[in-house]
Design a binder for this molecule. Structure first.
Ligand code: CAA
Length: 389
């Protein structure tokens, strides 16, 4: 069987952020609760002319510099902050990116897990037709109630991956471990803009799912815990991954020192600390953070991935980093994007939090604000109008 996996990967986040010190100050909370307790520093906030569609198109744009977009046979769009109950957000992205008319497009949902489902489905499609390329995009805006425990874990981001045969970044192993259980830890009924969350319970069920998915993975794969050099976890906040990795190390009776265990995940957390939760995109932005920030080459090394989507579905899978992967990366571009973002004060954050929401078909022109390549120009007659900036 031909190797299949990630050939290119790029991410995007909004050009505004709120520093969690600013949030803590407005709330009268100790900032260390956020910086240390949950391990987060900043959270990305979309401008009014940005949403999951514009972020997705912006994330995917660099992938097409030398890629013939006509080879994309399928666009799988993973999100849990969808903008329409019927139309897939990927159809707008298909136009904005100029993909060919014979490319199929579909949206997938299962909380933060859906991007992993999309990647696995993409691998299966490519294994069947190795000359094809599948574009997977995950894009989300994480939004909680103001003054709720989840507020400091908001964020936004999109990640785009090209899945190909003979990939140049990561060969994904076919063996996986899955776990599904019908639970109410985090959900968002159709009539709500913000998620409802049973926060403490959600962290417990995350850890339980990790153990269960790992056990299933161990039954189907020859890859042992000690074969894996680095781990990427779903990242609602970076401290969650630290707890998860400690938990998995304990389950596997790992003999590594604390510092060695930390080093296995540290680089994967860097971007998330600056962006916040990006739901479906978070795991793969974490992987991008790892491969773009690890000083030593990861070529030939085994990476373990834990994907978790509340509700809940979880998956553990693995992959091997390919020799020469660094030539495929957009490291400088990503770092410049993060460095050039603008800080918001608390009042500005509140005004972005209350995004326009025309429910009666009235027309609203969005102020031109984003620095990305695409923007949501207006909503009118219940239609969203996207343009190149
Ligand atoms: N200095 C240093 N640390 C401090 C501190 C201070 N001044 N004050 C508090 N802390 C520590 C606490 O001791 C705690 O550490 P431990 O976890 O090690 O006990 C940590 O900071 C957090 O404090 P609290 O437990 O008091 O925080 P909270 O209850 O207000 O909120 C949360 C925590 C419930 C996880 C909340 O952030 C939340 O609801 N988040 C959204 C849900 C979520 O992300 N769940 C994760 C699993 S579900 C998932 O992964 C899917 C998804 O994407 C949502």
């Amino acid at each position: 069987m031909l190797p299949v996996g990630i050939d290119k990967i790029s991410f995007y986040t909004a050009n505004y952020y709120l520093d969690l010190r600013e949030l803590a100050c407005a709330q009268g909370t100790d900032p260390e609760k956020y910086y240390v307790g949950i391990g987060q520093e900043k959270m990305g906030m979309p401008a009014h002319d940005e949403d999951i569609v514009t972020m997705a198109a912006n994330a995917a744009l660099p992938l097409f510099k030398d890629e013939e977009s006509k080879n994309i046979s399928t666009l799988l769009f993973a999100t849990e902050s969808g903008i329409d109950q019927s139309k897939a957000a990927g159809v707008y992205v298909h136009r904005l990116l100029g993909l060919n008319e014979n490319c199929r497009v579909v949206e997938l949902k299962q909380a933060c897990y859906s991007a992993t489902a999309a990647v696995q489905m993409a691998c299966a499609l490519v294994a069947r037709q190795p000359e094809k390329t599948v574009l997977v995009i995950a894009s989300d805006v994480a939004k909680y109630e103001l003054d709720s425990p989840g507020e400091a874990t908001q964020g936004c981001g999109a990640v785009a991956l090209l899945i190909k045969a003979n990939p140049k970044i990561l060969e994904i192993d076919p063996e996986v471990g899955n776990y599904t259980e019908d639970v109410m830890d985090f959900w968002r009924p159709n009539y709500r803009k913000t998620a409802i969350v049973d926060g403490k319970y959600s962290t417990k069920i995350y850890l339980k799912s990790l153990k269960k998915a790992w056990e299933h993975f161990s039954q189907s794969s020859d890859v042992r815990f000690s074969d894996i050099s680095h781990f990427c976890y779903h990242l609602p906040f970076s401290r969650m991954a630290q707890k998860a990795h400690k938990h998995l190390s304990k389950v596997n009776k790992s003999s590594l020192e604390v510092e060695q265990t930390q080093a296995q995940i540290e680089d994967s957390l860097l971007y998330n600390k600056l962006i916040g939760n990006s739901y479906a995109a978070a795991l793969f932005i974490g992987f991008t953070s790892l491969i773009e920030n690890a000083e030593q080459s990861l070529a030939g090394q085994k990476i373990g991935f834990f994907s978790y989507g509340s509700g809940c579905v979880a998956e553990f899978f693995s992959g091997t980093v390919i020799e020469g992967y660094r030539q495929q990366l957009f490291t400088q571009q990503h770092k410049m994007m993060l460095d050039s973002r603008q800080a918001l004060n608390y009042e500005e954050y509140l005004s972005l939090y209350h995004a326009p929401d025309p429910q009666s078909g009235e027309r609203i022109e969005m102020p031109s604000d984003t620095t990305g390549g695409f923007r949501l120009a207006a909503i009118g007659d219940h239609k969203r109008e996207y343009v190149e900036r």
